[in-house]
Every structure is written in C-alpha cells, then in structure tokens.
Design a protein around this ligand. Structure first.
Ligand SMILES: O=C(O)c1cc(=O)[nH]c(=O)n1[C@@H]1O[C@H](COP(=O)(O)O)[C@@H](O)[C@H]1O
Length: 271
C-alpha cells in the first residue's frame, strides 16, 4: 500500500527542515521577458523556480486557477513531474467539490498529485471520493485568509459556535484515514489558535503569510500538529521576489524561500 500523504510530508519536512509550502501561482503576465518566447513560458518559469527553491520546499502548491488553459495544463503536468523528480510533494490548490457524479471525476486528479484543497460547502458526499483516497492529503477550507470570510464562515449557529468551527469538527469526523487537514489563514491568529485547540490532531495548511501580511509566528505555533506536521504557504512573496531582476529572478526566489524557512524555523525551534 502507498505511504500515507502525511507520513510522506513528515519525512519531507524532516529532510529539508522546512514547513514552507511554495505556491506556484504563475501568472503568465508576470513571467520575465526573457522566458516569454518559450513554448510553455509557465513551465520554463516553474522549472527555474523549482531548481532554485526545492531544497527549502516541504511541498509545492500550484493553484489550479493559473493553469486553466491548454498550455497551462501542459505546464502544470510538466511542473508536477519535475517537482516529483526532486522528491517534493505537490498539493494542488483546486478548492474542488460537487455532486457525487461530478466530484468522482474531480477526484481523478489525485492520480497525478499528492494532495488537494477542497471546499466543504456541499457537504460530505461532495468530498467522499477525495476522502476515500487514504494515500492522498485532503485539505478542507475552514477559515480562509480573505476579508470576505466573515460573510459566512464567522456566522454563529444557534449553539453559538461559528460555522468555521463546525467545519473543523466535521473535517475531524471525516478523517477516517488520517488523510484530512484544514486550510486556515494566517490573517486570523486568534481563530488559528482556537482551531488548533478544537482539532489538535489535524495538520493545517496556513496561507496568507507574505503578500497578504499574515502572522507567521501564529502560523507555526498553531498550524503544526503535535508531530510538527503542517504547512505554511507563501506564493507571490517567493516566486516574484526577483520580479525586477531579469534573469536573476529564480535566485531571488531561492533567497526568499530560504529566508521564510529560517524565519519559520525560529518559531519551530522556540518551543
Ligand atoms: O486554499 C488556499 O491555499 C488558500 C486559502 C486561503 O484562505 N487563502 C489563500 O490565500 N489561499 C491560497 O494561497 C495562496 C496565497 O498566495 P500569496 O498571497 O501570493 O502568498 C493563493 O494560491 C490562494 O489561493
């Protein structure tokens, strides 16, 4: 049987001494001029980013939104294979879910990636084909980093419990194969703390440090489970760190990934 995702992630975290998830949110309009003539500019960009950053990467998190074109899909497939060639797991940020017949097709993507983000709004059956993949990671959106999270996620049920806490409790129930994590934004440190208390055993993916200005210390303190497994993601803050530097863009991304790893490790080691 294939090794469970969170075991593989724990190994990767130990190997590179890093909980950094590097977001490959590769905007075709932000690829440096010297790469624009390539057959697949996004792939050319990602390959250089991976070469410069993989030793700091606990995982790569391409966001599917950036690859939803014919060339984008080809670039994504090349990127996934290349990351795997460097022994780095790939978490596809797709925020998927749908009725059963459709979501079974969505879940086919798990043949090529190691983990995925999913949306809990449609309930358990909309996620079941993902949850059934004991070897893959399933990160359930719980309390997101964007301001609009307040519209729904913070509303209180009649019990007084906010919806995001109910989502966490459900995700805990759905975790029959130890393959479920939560997505909790770094922009809400108090909620991060409350969620860690509510579901101690679920690893979190914590986006929102870097470009969104979230709290990196809280991300480490509360994002990691008791075994130190979890992910803190930065996308633009790493891959566009050298946007003004022409051909040196990848080296700048490498420096940025290394800096974030060092900063997060200060908090990891402060226990
Ligand atoms: O699911 C996610 O990864 C996610 C959830 C969330 O609450 N906030 C959030 O920013 N993200 C994703 O994390 C990445 C953040 O990118 P940067 O703000 O550039 O670091 C993007 O791909 C977002 O789609």
């Amino acid at each position: 049987m294939a090794t469970a995702f969170f075991d593989r992630l724990a190994d990767r975290i130990a190997t590179v001494d890093s909980v950094v998830s590097i977001g490959l949110d590769t905007d075709p309009d932000r690829i440096p001029d010297h790469l624009q003539d390539n057959d697949l500019p996004q792939w050319a960009f990602n390959r250089r980013i991976i070469d410069a950053t993989h030793e700091h990467a606990a995982c790569y998190k391409p966001n599917a939104a950036f690859y939803e074109s014919a060339d984008g899909w080809r670039s994504l497939r090349e990127t996934i294979a290349y990351a795997h060639g460097k022994d780095v797991p790939v978490l596809l940020d797709a925020k998927r879910a749908d009725i059963g017949n459709t979501t079974r097709q969505y879940a086919e993507i798990l043949e090529v990636v190691d983990a995925i983000t999913v949306n809990p709004y449609m309930g358990r059956d909309s996620l079941q084909p993902f949850l059934d993949r004991a070897d893959k990671g399933v990160f359930v959106l719980c309390r997101t980093s964007n301001p609009g999270r307040e519209d729904l996620q913070d509303l209180e049920l009649t019990s007084g419990e906010p919806i995001y806490k109910r989502v966490a409790a459900l995700a805990d129930l759905w975790n029959e194969h130890d393959n479920v994590g939560l997505v909790v934004g770094a922009t809400g440190p108090d909620e991060l703390e409350a969620l860690r208390e509510a579901v101690p055993s679920l690893p979190f993916l914590v986006p929102g440090v870097g470009a969104q200005g979230g709290d990196a210390e809280a991300a480490v303190d509360y994002g990691l489970d008791a075994d130190g497994v979890g992910l803190v993601n930065s996308s633009r803050g790493i891959i566009y760190a050298g946007e003004e530097q022409g051909e040196a863009f990848a080296a700048a991304a490498g420096q940025s990934a290394k800096r974030l790893k060092g900063r997060l490790n200060q908090y990891r080691n402060a226990e």
